[in-house]
Design a protein around this ligand. Structure first.
Ligand code: SF4
Ligand code: SF4
Length: 374
């Protein structure tokens, strides 16, 4: 089983699409207003770590992903847990600024590290703060130089400021960047700001056509170099198309991937912090092998591409942050991705048949913090 461990709600950044939205006077959706959030949840992890170790011991194959806020605000806890935890597989989602707080011996124990960047230096610094890009890249180069050989995923949040083709190609093209893989997630939760945004224009003029350009480039790279680039929004669904597999929610939340809150309660997703109605147990007495599932509902259940999409996001599916227009736009981006990958499928099959690439080239770690459907 996969578990996100929320170490702290504190963060050392205030990104435009994340914490900075708290300073805008935005209206919550009906679904969000109806949610009961546990206001007493501690800001930092506040349970005996022995409880965590005993809980994980009951799982024959646990994977622990450190999450925040910014998890490296509590680098001390990361060091302690990696050195003492019974599990052997560790992952982390970090903004990368404090990676130098961890000892190389601990960093090198991680199988996967997701580092948030938004593409180019200009865009990353505009969204995340001046100088962030250079500091993160310095840390990324340092951990590689210190012997980190695990998967390093550049994770972008994409908004109307993102030219998706340029951003992905930028991160993919420079060998100095040392990233093994790329993932991106569209900032489409809207959080009451849809009227202030130009999402429709951007999705129609830039993002959706850009995805088609990138899929073409991705398949051309297979043909020309025999390499299947690890671009998660393409890689995971394409592998399923090739194997003829249907997918549940691709991030695994609520059935393969759970989140341990700072008080030890277990929720289905790391974003559903304090959403106690959806908690499935507590680490003190839950059995990690038999946690209740939390399933996708609402309009997704009758969607014609549910087997491809999986429902995109449990959190959105529950909180229903969208009106009908917004929902159609977001789901339109999924349909566009579905269509682009389906159109590329015969060519990919042919490349496998002629042994230019193999099906094994699509192998990847499932549930590694990539949401997959952007
Ligand atoms: S495309 Fe939209 S409605 Fe269909 S499964 Fe995905 S999120 Fe649900
Ligand atoms: S995609 Fe949605 S349900 Fe999955 S981890 Fe992200 S916020 Fe949670």
């Amino acid at each position: 089983m996969y578990f996100h461990l929320i170490l702290t709600d504190e963060c050392n950044l205030c990104c435009t699409y994340c914490r900075a939205k708290a300073f805008l006077d935005l209206e919550e959706s009906e679904g969000e207003r109806a949610l009961k959030i546990d206001e007493d949840l501690p800001i930092d992890l506040a349970f005996d770590l022995e409880l965590l170790y005993q809980f994980l011991k009951k799982d024959p194959d646990p994977t622990l992903t450190f999450y925040g806020g910014e998890p490296l605000m509590r680098a001390d806890l990361v060091e302690t847990i990696v050195r003492n935890c019974p599990g052997q597989r560790f992952m982390m989602q970090t903004n990368g600024l404090l990676l130098d707080r961890l000892s190389p011996a601990v960093v090198n124990r991680f199988s996967t590290i997701l580092v948030s960047l938004d593409g180019t230096k200009e865009l990353t610094d505009a969204n995340r703060g001046a100088g962030v890009y250079d500091r993160v890249m310095k840390n990324v180069r340092t951990i590689r130089a210190n012997g980190y050989t695990g998967e390093l995923i550049a994770r972008m949040t994409v908004t109307e400021s993102t030219r998706i083709v340029d951003a992905v190609r930028h991160l993919a093209s420079n060998p100095d960047y040392a990233f093994s893989s790329i993932h991106w997630q569209v900032d489409a939760n809207f959080a009451g700001d849809y009227a202030l945004r130009e999402f429709r224009d951007w999705a129609t003029r830039d993002y959706n056509p850009g995805i088609r350009t990138l899929v073409s480039y991705w398949v051309n790279q297979m043909a020309e170099t025999g390499t299947v680039l690890k671009w998660y929004p393409f890689l995971d669904p394409m592998e399923d198309l090739l194997r003829g597999k249907k997918s549940r929610l691709r991030c695994g939340s609520g059935y393969a991937n759970y989140s341990i809150m700072t008080d030890g309660n277990i929720g289905p997703c790391p974003v559903m912090i304090g959403m106690s109605r959806y908690y499935v147990g507590h680490i003190s007495d839950a059995d990690p092998k038999n946690l209740p599932t939390v399933s996708i509902g609402n309009e997704c259940r009758t969607c014609s591409i549910l087997d491809f999409c999986g429902g995109r996001c449990l959190y959105s599916n529950i909180t229903q942050p969208w009106g009908e227009e917004e929902r159609q736009l977001v789901c339109g981006t999924v349909q566009n991705l579905h269509d682009a990958l389906h159109e590329a499928l015969p060519r990919v099959r042919e490349l496998i048949r002629t042994r230019k690439i193999s099906l094994q080239d699509f192998a990847h770690e499932k549930f590694n913090g990539c949401e997959i459907i952007p």
